[in-house]
Write a protein that binds this ligand. Structure first.
Ligand SMILES: [Zn+2]
Length: 276
């Protein structure tokens, strides 16, 4: 089977029933009291159904929605177009094309959404440093060594689509693009893991690691806390998989996150804090 033929998600997203967790009473990122808004642990735009009620102040909500939007636009934009999720984007999309072998610059050709060669991208990471027993100072910023990339097309096999486009455009070469925003994606994972841990065990249940990473630009140690399982895993028959794990040998609480696992995406491991 062509691994680029991603399964259809259509009809899968809207069926999620909402699960609500009670408000912790303060902002889960900065500790502020006062007017708080509900937090979607995984964004609603991705079909997230877990809500932590009244748990983010407006300043923190502005910061978290900025990196969420970056991820939704760049990394999940192709998926949203592919699966026809709500979007205001145009129905024709730009594709880079070369028409002969001696062209040095590519040209942009506008392609119908239903014929567009989408690439879906997720970064792979090492195991989180804290799980490996590394020291904090050994980590150096948000970085990915390799990427999980799959081609996808709603109506054709990806290989068939590429051949069809080459022949229809009379092109020499076409260049589907893969986009990932690794720092924003690390913050996104940290936000999901932190808010899920608060929902499950409460702010009083653990001493958190991740707020500086989420609401300030302190990403220098982020690979100490964030990592992934470095091998491809089979798809699971659910939309997202998010689970709390305890790593007893070092008293660390881990959250396992697999977004859109029906597509066979990577599993992320995020260390959220130590048990109190
Ligand atoms: Zn706040």
């Amino acid at each position: 089977m062509d691994p680029n033929n991603l399964p259809k998600l259509k009809g899968f997203l809207p069926k999620q029933t909402l699960v609500k967790y009670p408000s912790p009473g303060i902002c889960i990122y900065c500790g502020k009291e006062g007017k708080l808004s509900d937090e979607h642990i995984i964004p609603f735009a991705l079909g997230g159904n877990l809500i932590l009620e009244k748990s983010s102040c407006s300043e923190c909500a502005t910061l978290t929605s900025a990196f969420e939007l970056t991820c939704l636009r760049t990394m999940y934009g192709p998926l949203r177009l592919l699966y026809d999720l709500p979007t205001r984007r145009p129905k024709k999309l730009p594709l880079k094309v070369k028409f002969s072998s001696n062209e040095t610059e590519h040209q942009i050709v506008m392609i119908d959404q239903n014929k567009f060669p989408f690439l879906i991208t997720f970064p792979h990471f090492d195991t989180p440093g804290i799980v490996n027993g590394s020291r904090v100072h050994q980590s150096g910023g948000a970085k990915s060594k390799k990427f999980w990339i799959r081609g996808a097309s709603p109506f054709y096999s990806f290989r068939g689509l590429m051949e069809k486009l080459l022949s229809e455009l009379k092109a020499f070469e076409i260049f589907p693009e893969s986009k990932a925003e690794v720092p924003a994606f690390c913050k996104f994972l940290a936000k999901i893991a932190h808010s899920f841990a608060v929902a499950e065990i409460g702010l009083s249940g653990f001493k958190p690691f991740l707020e500086p990473l989420i609401i300030s630009e302190q990403l220098s140690h982020c690979m100490h806390y964030i990592g992934s399982i470095g091998k491809d895993e089979p798809p699971e028959n659910m939309l997202h998989d998010i689970t709390l794990l305890e790593f007893n040998t070092i008293n660390v609480i881990l959250v396992k996150i697999r977004l859109l696992c029906k597509l066979g995406t990577p599993t992320y491991i995020v260390a959220v804090g130590t048990r109190k």
